[in-house]
Design a protein around this ligand. Structure first.
Ligand code: HAM
Length: 406
């Protein structure tokens, strides 16, 4: 037997209801907020992700890279933003200012050590909005993320922070370098390298963050200029006014390097799991060859969200049809008539013991049981039983739809 690959999983009939409910909810909420659906390829040119300014561990060490038969260096997308922005630029979607909000849902690939909430193939749903810095727009985006969580029955808290614009970020990076240099001997080998390549990433280190010197590193907020500081506070105030629980957390720096100014993470109250991350990236569009246009977005990890969902969506069957194979064609016509009217039907045409079929039919919890035998077929009727009132009667096929609709 060939087994599934490490870090992957199957969605099976045992757990597919939560996934289906999640997918419906995402589409519903994003549409309510006027977001356009954007779908981009799973593989892209390696150079889209491995850019000069992107020194995150994820892009440097965790991508699935390969050369195709035409000698093209390609990478399976490790996240949705770079591909979305590539598509927005390539298709000139930035021109229509009325359609400046995009959402996506799709698989991503990172070669990570699998653990709880961490897979090698995982799904992200997220969005990107082409809008220059404006605290109201940023807060509205967070509001939308919270609405998705509300509709899925997940309680969250939002942690926000600001990395500042290029100048402040540079000053902050320098301060981190000076600070961590004092502890160079104690840093892990990766962080020793990060000290020169990207000191900000040291804050993400899962090895060094347990060490004593990690308790008090410089905070980004101390390096923000006045406007950046005000901006962060304004976003907080707006979120407070909208009743969205949030805190400023100076340790949120995010795992990717394209962020500037506002960054945030959405955390499950129940488990403390980071469900989503996002923030403003005001230079990426230009860097990828597009216009000077600021943007903001977020992405949720769908597996982590499904894991948190307590809502147990159930399929509600309108009717189960029980017939024998001899009357199979007539029964199929009956179920088709009902499905055309959007009723959820389960049809059991197997040649088995009737009592057993009936027992199993009730497991579907249908509103009606519909029995079809030779007599019913001959008279173009069905025998229908209301499973709540227990009333059973014969009715003409022509009246079936209206009776179930009632
Ligand atoms: P990220 O923080 O790298 O940000 O990923 C977003 C979310 O994807 C995480 O919070 C987590 O829930 C989920 N995730 C990441 N890696 C894995 C994994 N190996 N297994 C399962 N879930 C995972 C981004 O990807 C940015 N593109 C978000 C963004 C959009 N920023 C602006 N726009």
């Amino acid at each position: 037997m060939i087994n599934r690959q490490k870090g992957t999983y199957d969605v099976t009939p045992q757990n597919n209801q939560k996934w289906l409910f999640l997918e419906q909810t995402i589409k519903k909420v994003f549409s309510l907020y006027n977001y356009e659906y954007l779908r981009t390829p799973i593989f892209e040119a390696t150079s889209l992700f491995k850019r000069e300014n992107e020194a995150s561990d994820m892009v440097k060490k965790e991508t699935y890279d390969f050369i195709d038969k035409g000698d093209r260096p390609l990478t399976l997308r490790p996240e949705g933003t770079a591909g979305a922005i590539r598509a927005i630029i390539e298709n000139k979607l930035y021109v229509d200012k009325l359609k400046n909000k995009f959402f996506y849902y799709g698989s991503c690939y990172r070669y990570e050590r699998p653990q709880k909430g961490r897979f090698r193939e995982f799904y992200q749903f997220g969005c990107e909005v082409l809008v220059n810095a404006n605290p109201i727009s940023d807060a509205e985006l967070i509001l939308l993320a919270k609405r998705i969580m509300d509709d899925l029955g997940i309680e969250v808290v939002i942690k926000i922070n600001s990395l500042g614009g290029s100048d402040s970020k540079q000053k902050y990076t320098k301060a981190l370098k000076t600070y961590f240099s004092k502890y160079e001997a104690e840093l892990c080998s990766d962080c020793k390298e990060r000290l020169n390549s990207n000191p900000l990433r040291i804050l993400d280190c899962k090895v060094d963050n347990q060490k004593a010197f990690f308790k008090n590193p410089p905070k980004a907020i101390d390096y923000l200029n006045k406007d950046e500081n005000t901006y962060l506070k304004q976003v907080k105030e707006i979120l407070d006014c909208l009743g969205i629980e949030n805190i400023i957390d100076y340790k949120i720096v995010r795992g990717l390097d394209y962020y500037s100014n506002l960054v945030f993470e959405i955390i499950s109250k129940k488990t403390g799991m980071v469900l989503a991350g996002g923030g403003r990236y005001d230079n990426l569009i230009k860097e990828l060859g597009g216009p000077e246009q600021g943007a903001i977005g977020f992405a949720f990890g769908a597996e982590r969200v499904v894991e948190e969902m307590t809502i147990e969506p159930e399929k509600h069957y309108d009717a189960v049809i029980l017939a024998s194979p001899q009357n199979g064609l007539y029964a199929t016509k009956v179920s088709e008539l009902l499905r055309k009217n959007n009723f959820l039907i389960y049809s059991d045409l197997n040649d088995r013991n009737f009592a057993k079929k009936l027992k199993e039919a009730l497991l579907f919890n249908p509103r009606y049981l519909i029995f079809i035998g030779e007599t019913e077929e001959a008279k173009r009727m069905v025998t229908i039983k209301n499973t709540i009132t227990k009333e059973q009667k014969e009715i003409a096929l022509d009246n079936l739809v209206s009776i179930i609709k009632e």
